[in-house]
Design a protein around this ligand. Structure first.
Ligand SMILES: Cc1cc2nc3c(=O)[nH]c(=O)nc-3n(C[C@H](O)[C@H](O)[C@H](O)COP(=O)(O)OP(=O)(O)OC[C@H]3O[C@@H](n4cnc5c(N)ncnc54)[C@H](O)[C@@H]3O)c2cc1C
Length: 582
């Protein structure tokens, strides 16, 4: 009887202990959910953060009043990057820096409540797990850089049967491609002819070659201009959807530019990345290519660093360098053009530091046209980005300096525009438009969105416009009246502007402050028609390919707006194909 009672008591005790353990454990490892409201650009942003065992697992933006067209990628990428790095030390996205910083602040305050410091070393400790390790990987093709050129090369190599690995040094894929406006030049008679645009591959070639001051390699220009349309169809097969709008980009004469549906380079990256995810093309993030491996006079792989781990990647067939340009590297750009000083704005992604050019140079590659670095004349005067532009302002608006005067034909090429804006008092210009040229509801909503963020200012008459621009009203009025007469007579007597399609006569008037921003590096690694890298003796470096902004010789001394996206797709595809078939 006593034994029986004792057994019951022991069983009861075990159950109690188990319950205490389970509750205790679940209390210790509760998934804590925190909420914080912070000030964004247009009002409060409410953020929810889930933290489990000191790890930030989920970040949700519950509410915000930001302009979605402006902040879309920030709302997507900032939470993802905080989670992948477990840190607040991440790059903001130009054009939406206030929103990005607000999200980081909100997450940081939630983390604090959970006893975490988002900016401390502890918060980054997951980065150090593989301290001092070495890893060996073997694939057919390794691609350095996960921008548009690198992902196109990876997809193309995979489509031709190769096993492919992509390495990307940043926390996110996309490089400059994801920041682009997405305009893709190609000759597409189906869309151009009904609009009366008599374009041809030959005109496209001539415009590109002459625009580049005849310094590009004509064979490469021929490939670009004749294969751009095929590249567009290839993208459509991968899921990219193009708008039917045909446009001419700043600096390009013929209207042959197509946008993706969201007018955003992220559309290209999403579709290329989707192919990679579905077809076992791995992308290693935060993995920086540091040097190429050379054996028996050919390239056999690449050494990369991932935090403190060294990864030795051998490639049976080839290595594709697709690391983009060097616009973000102040020292390097000043080596080639010392007028591009540190105080200049830059539209580029932080990863564009010219690493691939250095790696290729170390194995004997020839570099060409390095001194040609393009500034985009109409960068956002506050952060150097391009996203916050008044839609189609260059074709329909005018540029005014701080004296209230026009100073150049607004349809001049990019070099002349930038030079001329920098020569004005304080090196900036106001881009001014009226309101009757915007027929598209989407563009009007976008413009009004920019007004609400303060990037664009709306004024209801010339008097208010002059007062906000702080210029003499009589001077501004005379200048606008003169310009409107030029449009009536189709003759710009002051600057010989050719494109005279819209008068500045319909209030409200909108304006934004613009400054030239470092935008595109035209020079780089010399390649041949197969994208094989050429050495300083004019010979092919075996197994080494390059594509995208890292190369030189495709645009010569000046690039037509909208010509880079077809460049990275066409030559990325060729590089992937040749590496896979090597
Ligand atoms: C704001 C903006 C708007 C633009 N709009 C247009 C447009 O509308 N139309 C047009 O034709 N062109 C446009 N351009 C130009 C065009 O977007 C770029 O030239 C093009 O996207 C470059 O593609 P890429 O693949 O060569 O380089 P990127 O897209 O820059 O990719 C290079 C990648 O390599 C990575 N990388 C660098 N070094 C290493 C390393 N050592 N190891 C691993 N990874 C590395 C980088 O982090 C980056 O992700 C625009 C450019 C900008 C900045």
């Amino acid at each position: 009887m006593y034994k029986m009672k004792n057994r019951k008591f022991i069983a009861f005790l075990i159950i109690v202990i188990l319950i205490v353990l389970i509750i205790g454990n679940s209390l210790l490892s509760t998934k804590n959910v925190y909420e914080k409201e912070v000030d964004g650009h247009n009002g409060p942003i409410r953020v929810e953060v889930k933290i489990f065992n000191d790890i930030i697992e989920e970040i949700k933006i519950l509410e915000h009043n930001e302009t979605i067209e402006v902040v879309e990628s920030t709302l997507d990428l900032i939470p993802k990057n905080i989670i992948s790095r477990q840190s607040g030390n991440i790059d903001l996205i130009t054009g939406a820096t206030i929103t990005g910083q607000a999200i980081i602040d909100a997450v940081s305050q939630c983390a604090k409540k959970a006893g975490l410091d988002l900016f401390s070393i502890k918060a980054n400790q997951t980065n150090d797990i593989n301290y001092n390790q070495k890893e060996y990987i073997n694939v057919d093709v390794v691609v350095i850089g996960a921008g548009g050129a690198g992902l196109s090369a990876a997809v193309s190599a995979s489509q031709h049967g190769a096993s492919v690995l992509v390495i990307e040094k940043m926390t996110e894929i996309g490089g400059n491609t994801v920041r682009s406006i997405g305009m893709y030049n190609a000759v597409n008679p189906e869309l151009q002819k009904p609009l009366g645009i008599n374009d041809s591959e030959d005109i496209f070639f001539q415009e590109t070659f002459l625009g580049g001051k005849e310094l590009a390699d004509p064979k490469l220009v021929e490939i670009l201009t004749s294969q751009a349309y095929a590249g567009m169809l290839w993208l459509e097969d991968l899921g990219v959807k193009f708008d039917t709008q045909v446009d001419s980009c700043l600096g390009g004469e013929y209207a042959r530019g197509y946008y993706t549906m969201s007018h955003n380079g992220s559309d290209y990256i999403k579709s290329l990345n989707k192919y990679c995810t579905n077809n076992e093309v791995d992308i290693l993030l935060e993995t920086k290519g540091t040097s190429l491996i050379v054996e028996d006079n050919k390239i056999t792989g690449i050494i990369a660093k991932q935090h403190n781990k060294e990864i030795i990647i051998t490639a049976n067939k080839g290595v594709v360098i697709a690391t983009g340009g060097f616009g973000y590297n102040i020292e390097k750009r000043m080596d080639y053009d010392n007028s591009l000083t540190a105080d200049m704005l830059c539209s580029n992604a932080p990863g564009t530091t010219g690493d691939g050019i250095e790696m290729a140079k170390d194995v004997g590659a020839n570099l060409i046209n390095m001194e040609y670095i393009e500034t985009y004349p109409l960068g956002d005067a506050y952060d150097g980005g391009l996203r916050n532009n008044i839609p189609d302002s260059i074709n329909n608006g005018i540029l005014i300096n701080s004296d209230g005067k026009r100073f150049i034909a607004e349809d001049a090429n990019r070099d002349n525009l930038s030079e001329s804006i920098l020569a004005q008092n304080e090196g900036f210009a106001y881009s001014v438009v009226d309101s009757d040229y915007l027929k598209d509801e989407k563009d009007i909503a976008y413009l009004e969105g920019l007004v609400s963020t303060g990037v664009v200012t709306k004024t209801f008459n010339i008097e208010e416009l002059a007062s906000k621009l702080m210029v003499d009203q009589n001077i501004l009025e005379d200048e606008i009246n003169k310009y409107n007469k030029f449009v009536d007579n189709q003759n710009d007597k002051d600057f010989n502007r050719k494109n005279l399609i819209n008068k500045i006569d319909e209030p409200p008037f909108y304006y934004a402050k613009k400054k030239p921003t470092i935008h595109y590096t035209l020079g780089g690694i010399q390649i041949n028609e197969n994208t094989s890298v050429i050495n300083t003796q004019g010979k092919v470096i075996k197994n080494l390919f390059a594509a995208g902004e890292v190369t030189g010789g495709i645009h010569g001394a000046n690039r037509l707006g909208g010509n880079s996206l077809p460049d990275i797709i066409v030559f990325g595809k060729i590089a992937g194909y040749n590496a896979a078939m090597n």
